[in-house]
Design a protein around this ligand. Structure first.
Ligand code: KIV
Ligand code: ZN
Length: 383
């Protein structure tokens, strides 16, 4: 039987940290409602102590959402946790996300501390958070570069203190997929009380591996993925929600499912892009403008005979517009005939053979042959 992977969306927290993507309360609230419709299990609404505006946003989202667990970020600092709890209080269900850096680099340079003291601070933060809710997530920042044995000790201690979700962030996007998978598996197999909590992937994309690492983490034992729409997030971004959801959907053999409605993926992608004023790269998987466009003659010919030759996803499944046959100088006769047919011209094979050199001349001049060019070419030919 397949197992559920919880989707923890952090578009409004890690995603919103992108320069230029800052949202006001109204914008955050509108997107939160759409993310709930999409089916995210947990929505990280913000970092309440960071500003009065973010407190207000988290508070409004907490008042509005009906089913989704609303989460607020805090450092392992008493005031942060108390402020997060106050912002989240009106929610039907809420989670406090607290944590501290655990790599030697963070312990030395950020905290001027030592490993034992960090464990004490982690325990204290989780204990304080548990005074407000039973749903406490602990993050071991820079877990990707934290030695596994020490990380296991931290995790065991915070589970004992009451943490119910364990975020293992690859904060700097450093890990290779097999390393991240081994790290999860190490924790899953060596932390004695791990059955009392859910392991979570939080991967950054500095080496373009965020999605691969998240899937590897799930194979290693995690049952939650932290991700953002369009892969937005600090620096090179976070794991893209649409990618992990469709990977688990396409590879049913892995044995996992999510609660996301894939038909809403393209709509939410556009809404996030417009609200955050951050364009989506055209070649972005699942939601990019070219994700379902075919331009080379070989591909177009195969696609027109049978779509599955060059498409593993039907665009309707992810709410995208129908597949496009784009006409360029690399396109062949079948693509040309197809596009002419779409605008009402039925040409014989011989006629297409005669039109094709004219088409190539236009295509070599222009980057793309548009409908107006086709109309002119076909109209002229018919006269
Ligand atoms: O990348 C990271 O480590 C984070 C934590 C604050 C969860 O975003
Ligand atoms: Zn992050």
């Amino acid at each position: 039987m397949s197992q559920k992977v919880f989707i923890f969306d952090t578009t409004l927290r890690d995603g919103e940290q992108v320069p230029g993507c800052k949202l006001n309360t109204k914008e955050k609230l509108e997107l939160a409602v759409k993310l709930e419709e999409l089916g995210v299990d947990i929505l990280e609404a913000g970092f309440p102590v960071s500003s009065p505006g973010d407190f207000e946003s988290v508070n409004q989202i907490a008042k509005t959402l009906k089913n989704t667990v609303v989460c607020g970020l805090s450092r392992a600092v008493q005031n942060d946790i108390e402020v997060a709890a106050a912002a989240l209080k009106p929610a039907k269900r809420f989670r406090i996300h607290t944590g501290i850096g655990t790599s030697d680099l963070h312990i030395k340079h950020k905290f001027n501390s030592n490993r034992e003291e960090i464990i004490e601070r982690a325990i204290k933060a989780v204990t304080i958070a548990r005074n407000f809710t039973d749903d406490v997530e602990f993050y071991a920042e820079d877990a990707g570069r934290t030695e596994n044995e020490y990380l296991a000790r931290v995790i065991e201690a915070v589970v004992k203190a009451g943490a119910t979700t364990l975020n293992i962030p690859d904060t700097t996007g450093y890990c290779l997929p097999h390393q991240y998978q081994e790290k999860m598996a190490y924790l899953y197999n060596n932390v004695p009380n791990i059955d009392k909590a859910v392991l979570s992937c939080h991967c950054h994309n500095d080496l373009g591996l965020a999605t691969a690492n998240s899937i590897a983490g799930v194979i290693g034992g995690a049952r939650q993925i932290e991700c953002t729409i369009n892969g937005l997030g600090e620096r090179a971004g976070n794991t893209a929600l649409e990618e992990v959801v469709m990977i688990l959907n396409q590879h049913k053999d892995l044995g996992f499912y999510t609660s996301i409605n894939p038909k809403l993926l393209n709509t939410i992608s556009r809404e996030v892009s417009e609200t955050m004023r951050m364009m989506v790269q055209p070649n972005k998987a699942i939601v990019g403008a070219n994700a379902f466009s075919h331009s080379s003659g070989i591909h177009q010919d195969g696609f027109l005979k049978e779509a599955q030759t060059y498409e593993i996803i039907n665009p309707a499944e992810v709410g995208a517009d129908e597949s496009k046959i784009v006409l360029t100088a690399r396109s062949g006769r079948s693509a040309l005939a197809h596009r002419l047919h779409k605008i009402g011209y039925q040409f014989t094979r011989n006629e297409i053979d005669e039109l094709y050199p004219i088409f190539l001349e236009i295509a070599d001049k222009n980057k793309e042959v548009l409908e107006a060019d086709l109309q002119e070419m076909a109209g002229g030919y018919k006269k």
